[in-house]
Write a protein that binds this ligand. Structure first.
Ligand code: SF4
Length: 67
């Protein structure tokens, strides 16, 4: 087992003190960069539903509260 494998194995058993996640609030962008590779300027202007986001957060808290 090499050093990297040991670190990865240890990471599975060390409790995390922080939680990171991304929230995609829109897939649209009103900039128009020449090098854009995501095609976001072409996407319809839609935004995340705040009620859905609130439900997601509540569910997330419910799921992690016992961790
Ligand atoms: S690269 Fe694309 S998504 Fe990023 S800011 Fe520019 S146009 Fe918007």
């Amino acid at each position: 087992m090499d050093k990297r494998e040991v670190i990865n194995l240890a990471a599975k058993f060390i409790p995390r003190r922080t939680l990171f996640f991304d929230v995609i609030v829109t897939e649209h962008c009103n900039l128009n960069c020449k090098g854009c590779g995501s095609f976001m300027p072409l996407a319809d202007e839609e935004y995340i539903d705040l009620e859905d986001l609130e439900k997601d957060y509540k569910r997330l808290v419910y799921c992690i509260i016992d961790i």
